[in-house]
Design a protein around this ligand. Structure first.
Ligand code: COA
Length: 227
């Protein structure tokens, strides 16, 4: 698809020389085959308007299920942010990595978790991993009305071309480096530790919830609980 008109200058070029302030660290995990059901649950939780923004059409549950089914974990990279209840609240899909120097970025953040920088952090994370996989051009297809997504792309220095209601943002990536590999390693190790801690926390939360349920039953039904 071509996007010949309205070539916008990247916002980053007019940013102050000191650059934007560093973003808060967010644990981002690499997702694998075993996470497919959670990916599906995350995408199904998106309301209709967000499905339209994410996929370019108001994807039905069946179309989303097919998309989730077709994610190729062997070639693509999928990243996620889990909350303390281990719900996948944000995810990004870096597709087209096999034998290609271009990759496409897609992202979604659940409405309740928006505006906290997850979308931008997932983008930075995808950039790092794409560089480390030898990608030199990142593509973002977005609807022109998608201010938040286009802001993320422009902030990173992408060139944005719009045609009609669609926009293609292109971000040229620097080559990988020892630093980019080290950063990716440190990020995934820290995210793994964070996930394990949340996992243990969730187990203790479940025990606490279970005790709460038993106490509630004893209060509601004191005679039965004495049996
Ligand atoms: C696009 C999306 C991923 C952004 O996620 P998010 O976590 O809320 O975004 P962030 O908090 O990282 O914000 C990123 C930037 O967008 C801006 N922004 C966020 N929401 C915005 C909105 N509704 N309108 C305008 N700007 C917005 C933020 O201020 C920030 O810019 P800044 O760093 O210059 O301040 C999220 O809105 C989403 O999931 N939308 C539905 C799916 C979708 O559109 N996917 C993208 C197509 S692939």
């Amino acid at each position: 698809m071509g996007f010949p008109v309205d070539i916008t200058t990247p916002a980053a070029s007019s940013a102050p020389a000191s650059g934007p302030p560093p973003r808060r660290w967010i644990p981002i995990r690499s997702l694998a085959e075993r996470h497919r059901p959670r990916i599906l649950a995350h995408l199904l939780a998106l309301p209709e308007a967000d499905r339209y923004l994410r996929f370019g059409y108001a994807a039905s549950d069946a179309q989303i299920a097919r998309y989730a089914d077709l994610i190729d974990f062997a070639h693509d990279e999928v990243f996620g942010v889990f909350n303390r209840r281990l719900e996948l609240i944000a995810m990004a899909h870096l597709a087209g990595l096999a034998d290609s120097r271009e990759a496409e970025f897609g992202v979604s953040v659940l409405p309740k978790a928006r505006g906290r920088g997850y979308g931008a952090r997932l983008f930075d994370h995808a950039v790092l991993h794409a560089r480390n996989r030898g990608v030199d051009m990142l593509l973002i297809h977005a609807l022109t009305q998608n201010t938040a997504m286009l802001r993320i792309a422009r902030n990173a220095g992408a060139t944005v071309q719009s045609e009609g209601g669609e926009t293609l943002a292109r971000l040229r990536l620097p080559p990988d480096s020892l630093r980019s590999h080290l950063d990716a390693f440190l990020e995934s190790s820290a995210a793994e530790v964070d996930y394990r801690l949340k996992s243990q926390g969730k187990r203790s939360d479940e025990v606490i919830d279970g005790i709460g349920d038993i106490k509630q039953q004893m209060t509601d039904n004191p005679r039965r609980s004495e049996d």
